[in-house]
Design a binder for this molecule. Structure first.
Ligand SMILES: [Zn+2]
Length: 248
């Protein structure tokens, strides 16, 4: 734990502020604030393009449902986070900042569920067992996470991180029993999220830690979105023969 309790880099104030006490949020420097805005903002156009591609390639109702749920979630997470970090950059305090902070955190739970949603909805998951139930269970987990987070907002930060990790990883374990051709890319995205969580906890110890968390999370989200597009929204049905529950 010594690594977590000490400052890893010793740099001028411009690049990183002191680590926050346990009951207070870290105060990023101006350049860190700017990096936090940019590292989410640049992905908004990509998420819009990806969502419209999903809609455009939908040939049945389940695909359309996934396109809407997944598309809205990915656009929302980048947009909400960008707006929230912009309010921090502008040093705005008050109820709007507080509400945006809560929404930003809640959106992570929704986005985790939404990231599993295409695979659970469109592929031939087993009709019995844990994977079969995951389609609705993942939203229950996300809802419980949001309720917890709204009640104990910023109070038990490590516990909240453990919840994010559990909700993010546990449903993925159920997938190991089914044959998904793109599983490696999905796992690479998942590994980037987990690596990102390390930086999420490194405010005040590694400069730009939060921006690095954004960046790794955004790359993971892009890998997942592109994998959904190239695996579940193919124009040639023979590519995914036997994988899709609903024939295109
Ligand atoms: Zn952020």
């Amino acid at each position: 734990m010594a690594l977590l309790d000490s400052k890893i880099f010793h740099l001028p104030r411009k690049w990183m502020n002191e680590k926050a006490p346990p009951d207070r949020p870290y105060k990023p420097t101006t350049v860190e604030h700017a990096a936090n805005v940019i590292t989410n903002g640049i992905w908004i156009p990509f998420s819009i393009w990806g969502s419209f591609s999903l809609l455009h390639r939908s040939t049945n109702w389940p695909q359309l449902l996934v396109a809407v749920v997944y598309g809205v979630s990915i656009i929302s997470i980048f947009t909400l986070s960008t707006v929230f970090h912009y309010t921090l950059f502008c040093r705005r305090e008050g109820p709007i900042k507080e509400a945006l902070h809560r929404c930003d955190r809640a959106m992570i739970y929704i986005f985790i569920a939404a990231s599993y949603f295409p695979w659970l909805t469109l592929t031939r998951v087993p009709s019995e067992g844990l994977v079969a139930e995951m389609w609705w269970l993942i939203w229950v987990f996300a809802s419980l996470g949001i309720i917890y987070q709204q009640i104990y907002h910023e109070r038990f930060k490590w516990l909240e991180t453990i919840f994010y990790l559990t909700i993010g990883v546990a449903p993925g374990l159920a997938f190991l029993s089914i044959d998904i051709p793109s599983i490696f890319k999905i796992q690479v995205g998942g590994a980037l999220y987990i690596l990102g969580v390390f930086f999420f906890k490194m405010d005040g110890r590694i400069p730009f830690a939060h921006a690095i968390w954004h960046f790794l999370g955004a790359i993971a989200a892009c890998i997942h979105l592109l994998t959904v597009l190239e695996t579940l929204y193919v124009e040639d049905p023979s590519v995914t023969e036997g994988l899709l529950k609903f024939e295109p």
